[in-house]
Design a protein around this ligand. Sequence first.
Ligand code: FES
Length: 193
Amino acid sequence: MGAQVHGTQEFNKAKRAEIKFSDEAMNTVNIIISRYPQGKQKSALLPVLHVAQAEFGGWLSPEVMDYVAEILKIKPIEVFEVASFYTMYNLKPVGKCVLEVCQTSSCWLNGAEDIVKYIEKKLNIKVGETTKDGMFTLKVAECLGSCGTAPMLQCGASFHENLTYQKVDTIIDEYKTSNKLRSYTDLDYKNTL
Ligand code: FES
């Protein structure tokens, strides 16, 4: 058992060694960190996680979170606590389009539950799952700040509001046709500088 655990640690270390920001991403990370006083680099965690998610395939693996912890000189658990709290970070691989349906009061009262069920049936997946073709991941989120136009969903940088089944059909068809990345990885993190 001990040897197995040790073997796993070695494997994780090897995987971790492969993870490195590109020069451009590292430059962005350094600019973000420089916004905060010396010793307070932990404050840069949220935007740095966005850069990491965009850089490493749209999700934050344990090795990527360890890497971010190392850069910010904080404990890996501190990174995990934040990354697992916010729905905008993915802790497992996701599809090209991450559909996040708001399920909080206003959206819930206006049929969010039915919209989720409709998408589940249409895409043949459950919440948290990705379609076999790797195109769509379905998630639910807490209030996304568009309560007046409920029910709504977010996909990457786009909000889709006043949802109906027909609107959902149109969104999914458009996304399928364009076949582009529309998860958080489509956010241009340089815009956050
Ligand atoms: S309740 Fe859905 S956006 Fe606020």
